[in-house]
Design a protein around this ligand. Structure first.
Ligand code: PLP
Length: 212
């Protein structure tokens, strides 16, 4: 998997080290998590706080160099658990959540890195900030909450070719001068890498198919 990512990076004229593989461990059996750790994988993505705690809270002690990323929606009332567990929260997408995170980060003296999720397809049912409002939102996160936003994240509409959405995310990231771009999943990560992804989120392509 890592070889694949590095080859795609090289083809695209990018440094292979500039792309991080986030292994998405949601609904994967424990044995696969252990195998991934043994093989050297350290960056994992989860989309639910509770499942992430079950997977990782205890393993943290054994693997101190873990990097855990929340890639699914976060309810404000789970902010305390999320701040305690995750190193990166990729799905900041509303003021109310920012307020809850700020409070918890102050209480716990712990500051997960933050990405803003962008709803690149302007889909009504999907989380994320509309592309036209991202600059304003990032500005408010910086001045109103003191957050250093590290990057943007997107999940393109399933029925559309992802390239346009990745290109849009790349454009917004460049306009805001942000260092990180989380885009690309098992089915489309080569496109994401060509368009500038700094992290790709791979579940099935990395671990095999999930429990349903
Ligand atoms: C599940 C999930 C992934 C991984 O999906 P695969 O298609 O298995 O690679 C990536 N990103 C998010 C936000 C997810 O929820």
């Amino acid at each position: 998997m890592l070889d694949d990512i590095q080859a795609t990076a090289q083809d695209a004229g990018r440094s292979p080290d500039s792309i991080k593989l986030v292994a998405v461990s949601k609904r994967q059996p424990e044995a696969r998590l252990e195998a991934a750790l043994t093989a050297g994988q350290r960056v994992f993505g989860e989309n639910r706080v509770q499942e992430a705690q079950a997977h990782w809270a205890e393993r943290r002690a054994a693997w101190p160099d873990l990097e855990l990323r929340l890639i699914g929606p976060l309810q404000s009332n789970k902010a305390a658990e999320a701040v305690a567990l995750f190193d990166v929260i990729e799905t900041l997408d509303r003021e109310k959540l920012a307020k809850a995170l700020r409070k918890e980060m102050d209480i716990q003296k712990r500051s997960p890195r933050l990405f803003v999720q962008v709803n690149t397809g302007d889909e009504p049912q999907k989380a994320g900030i509309a592309p036209s409002e991202v600059a304003d939102f990032v500005g408010r996160m910086r001045t109103g909450y003191g957050f250093a936003i590290d990057g943007l994240m997107c999940i393109p509409p399933v029925e559309e070719p992802p390239g346009l959405h990745f290109a849009l995310l790349a454009k917004l990231t460049a306009q805001l001068d942000l260092p990180e771009m989380s885009m690309g999943m098992s089915s489309d990560y080569p496109t994401a890498i060509r368009l500038g992804a700094t992290s790709v989120r791979l579940g099935t392509a990395f671990f095999g198919s999930r429990d349903s």
